[in-house]
Ligand binder design. Structure first.
Ligand SMILES: Nc1ncnc2c1ncn2[C@@H]1O[C@H](COP(=O)(O)OP(=O)(O)O)[C@@H](O)[C@H]1O
Ligand SMILES: [Mg+2]
Length: 251
């Protein structure tokens, strides 16, 4: 459903991505790994419209999305988390998650304003769903706290819940495990598996922790210096000499 063909991105002479081709399918978790500066976040920025391509094409269900604004791309069902937050600090965890949901159920907003019974019912269902997702990542007890009072790990959990609440067809997770305590990391792996397996979401996952990648991913693409140097099943990638040299070897 997501297809990158020969995508290049450059910043003032620096080639951050060179001729990258990659696809993502519903129901599948594809991990992107590689050393710092490999171009992984730039790839997410390119998909979600934050940086322009210098060459190549990105399509979603056969329709080109490169050249669209981040807002337009989000409206087509591409959601992401950011490496460094992106929540409304003054709002509570629940309000942040509901903000993520409402962009999906806009159609019923008029109903909410007019107070129709169906709309109130939809709102109640949304709140229940948001609380349930917060529970899944072990942060239900924080539902009514302003996000700015929380630790980095807690904020990260809430950002993930917000991104997945609307069950987007494509989800981009940029180092979601950073700052999470070990028990929450295990829950995150379980959540990512369920997003793909039960909800049929296509997940692209940037992650440094090899154990997490091995547990969560169906396939792994390895980047170095803006080039995709290898791609395959996690077990095969783990033993690929080029990968060991470029990435795992450097820790
Ligand atoms: N907006 C930008 N302007 C200039 N250079 C950038 C920008 N974003 C990323 N880069 C550069 O592109 C390269 C790839 O960065 P990035 O995609 O963040 O790597 P990764 O996420 O794999 O660590 C780095 O050299 C980085 O400094
Ligand atoms: Mg990055």
């Amino acid at each position: 459903m997501l297809e990158l063909r020969d995508v290049s991105v450059s910043f003032a002479g620096l080639q951050a991505l060179s001729h990258v081709s990659l696809s993502a399918r519903g129901g599948e978790v594809r991990a992107l790994i590689g050393p710092n500066g490999a171009g992984k976040t730039t790839l997410f920025n390119a998909i979600s419209g934050y940086v322009p391509l210098s060459a190549g094409r990105i399509t979603l269900d056969g329709k080109a999305i490169d050249g669209l604004s981040p807002h337009q791309i989000a409206a087509r069902g591409v959601r992401r988390t950011f490496q460094n937050g992106g929540l409304f600090g003054e709002l509570t965890a629940l309000e942040n998650v509901l903000a993520g949901l409402h962009s999906r159920i806009d159609a019923s907003f008029a109903g909410i304003l007019f107070g129709s019974r169906a709309a109130r019912e939809a709102e109640r269902a949304a709140v229940a769903r948001a609380r349930q997702l917060l529970e899944t990542l072990g942060v239900a007890h924080l539902a009514d706290q302003p996000v700015k009072t929380m630790s980095g790990g807690q904020q990260r959990s809430i950002e993930i819940v917000r991104a997945v609440a609307a069950e987007p067809p494509l989800l981009l997770l940029d180092e979601p495990a950073v700052g999470l305590a070990p028990p929450l990391r295990a829950q995150l792996v379980e959540l990512i598996r369920r997003l793909a397996g039960e909800m049929g979401i296509a997940v692209l996952l940037i992650e440094h922790a090899v154990d997490l990648v091995m547990a969560a991913a169906d396939a792994v693409a390895v980047f170095n210096g803006g080039i995709k140097i290898a791609e395959g099943a996690p077990a095969a990638i783990r033993n690929d000499p080029a990968v060991l040299e470029a990435y795992l070897g450097h820790g």
